[in-house]
Design a protein around this ligand. Structure first.
Ligand code: BJW
Length: 256
């Protein structure tokens, strides 16, 4: 048996005893749906584009059309993408465990389309636009048009309802994620480089509170030293394998 397969089996054996499971996901879980990540050296978007030119409020103020076009391209990619076996395995695993909260940094809606419920979106959604005017709270479904539409309430430009650098995360979502992290006993970190805060802090809160950390990622991250289970591979293969091991264990009646 390979080390990887032994780790997956040990993790599957740990699952039935888990009381409360937090799953934190990032761009890597959608990579096998054909959506580019941000920081992968060759294929990551930040290897081709500068984040400060596209993912900050200043960029939108100075070049709203450029930012809008980039997000329009990403919306089209996300609309064409399908949930991959990783998203689907997670959605199937969720009702088999006692309490699960999925917290995603992704804006693509693929967890929900795979059938996961109770998904907290920390960085917003590509499926909505919101007004860029200060104090205006108008939100609407995204419009596939070549330029930023005008807010029907205040006349400012609409922008994608995502969280850019320097912007606060939705307070209620972050509070719920942090509270859940402080009381869960198992925390998965899947497909995230664990470099962007405050999202990266969530798994650390769980680690400090004594939860077992599971990392599923082909590469090491700053979280890796804190992980009890390091699963070094693509989530589109590792999560279905984990689900199979879990089903085998529960069907044979073997629990911890
Ligand atoms: C696979 C795989 C496969 C590949 N299977 N895995 C503390 C210290 C230092 C800095 C800060 C700090 N606190 C805050 C900051 C500033 C900043 C920050 O964190 N900067 C760091 C980069 C240093 N944070 C912020 O500005 C945040 N706001 C904030 O803190 O506000 C404070 C405030 C309070 C009150 C008033 C005002 C302000 C906001 C962060 C917003 C991030 N936004 C983005 C873009 C918007 C959404 C979008 O367009 O999609 O969100 S940036 C981008 O990074 C995106 C992602 O959600 C986010 C995280 O990336 P992720 O998901 O981890 O992707 P990658 O590419 O980094 O990693 C992919 C991983 O997958 C890799 O590890 C691969 O190996 C792996 N992988 N294939 C599994 N098949």
């Amino acid at each position: 048996m390979t080390n990887l397969s032994a780790t997956l089996q040990a993790l599957a054996a740990r699952l039935p005893a888990a009381r409360s499971v937090l799953v934190l996901t990032g761009a890597g879980i959608s990579a096998e749906s054909g959506l580019p990540t941000f920081r992968d050296a060759m294929s990551g978007m930040w290897s081709r584009f500068r984040p400060e030119d596209l993912a900050t409020p200043e960029a939108f103020r100075h070049q709203p059309e450029l930012v809008w076009r980039w997000y329009r391209w990403r919306r089209q990619l996300a609309a064409q993408a399908q949930p991959n076996p990783g998203h689907r395995a997670l959605a199937r695993l969720q009702p088999l465990l006692r309490e699960v909260l999925i917290v995603t940094q992704n804006v693509d809606g693929l967890h929900q389309r795979a059938g996961s419920r109770d998904v907290l979106e920390l960085h917003g959604s590509l499926l909505r636009d919101r007004c860029s005017g200060s104090g205006c709270t108008w939100v609407m479904a995204c419009r596939d048009v070549p330029e930023p539409p005008i807010c029907p309430v205040c006349g400012e430009k609409m922008r994608p309802a995502v969280i850019w650098f320097g912007e606060p995360l939705p307070e209620d979502a972050l509070l719920r994620a942090n509270e859940f992290a402080g009381q869960c006993d198992l925390c998965f970190s899947i497909g995230t480089s664990s470099q962007v805060y405050p999202a990266a802090e969530i798994a650390m809160i769980a680690a400090r509170a004594g939860a077992d950390i599971v990392e599923i990622n082909p590469s090491a991250t700053p979280l890796t030293p804190y992980a009890e289970f390091v699963i070094n591979g693509p989530s589109g293969e590792m999560l279905p394998d984990l689900l199979r091991h879990h089903e085998r264990i529960t069907q044979s009646g073997v629990t911890l």
